[in-house]
Design a protein around this ligand. Sequence first.
Ligand code: SF4
Ligand code: SF4
Length: 299
Amino acid sequence: MSKQIFICGCEKDGKIEKESVQKLMSTLEEKNIAYTYIEDMCGTILKNPDDLESLYNAKDAIVFGCQARAMKHLVDNSGRKTEGNGTEYHHVDDDGQEELISALESNTGKPLKIKYSDSWKPWYPVIDYDRCNGCRKCLNFCLFSVYSVEDDGTVVVSASANCKDMCPACARVCPQNAIIFPKHAESPIDGGEGDGTQNEKTDILEQIQNEDVYSVLSARRKNFQVSLLKKDQFKMAEEERRACCSGADKKEEEKKTEKCDCDCNCKDDPESTDDCGCKDGDSNSSCACKDGNSKSSCC
Ligand code: SF4
Ligand code: SF4
């Protein structure tokens, strides 16, 4: 079987075992099976998407990395994948890996590498459109405008970089468990299947419309424990969101009180309105007057 093989190494704050990745690469090399090693697919897909052309255009590919659902939607959400081209996604520690590899043909190609050298830590949500029902809860909950709505009503992640580092709060409020943070440690937020339950739908009428009322009520009773858990999740999400906001405020505050050690007249006084003397290129970029307190054009 001839397939293109890709391995994601999750190098930026990685969540998969380096040993597993190394073992997989050694196995492929022993069998003379060429592969492309992607240092960090989450980062590359946002920062250097052109580098992944070989993956988007691959006719028949296997990608090894973290959770299959996370990688699939990460690639699908990029909107660049050529339609009709088949790609399978597997965890690097998948039980069936040996069988999968033994079915692959040897070839003479050499391993390739797709680098990710950006300092940005790729943390952002990915929507699983097989689950999303367009309810907009994520959009209303997020205070950082990460989500927006397209003309056809589809909720999209439109400002990934606005997402606050390590905050998974919107994933907890999604009633469909449709939001994935690939680098998160918990399932289903990381794209794992979770316990198979979806967060409780709040509109019972909506559920009863097309179903037998008794089966809906019985399912709700069964899910009662789950509902309590989800309430805890909502509380957790609110706390996470609050922590993000105070983190952002603190950073702003720190910026404002930064002391400048360049030679300008407004030195040490962030409130200064002096026309500072460093505007001719001698500016130290940490000058406190850059936050709008200075009337000069320096910094
Ligand atoms: S989270 Fe998954 S897709 Fe993202 S870099 Fe890590 S292994 Fe790759
Ligand atoms: S909260 Fe979940 S289901 Fe609702 S629009 Fe957002 S991603 Fe989709």
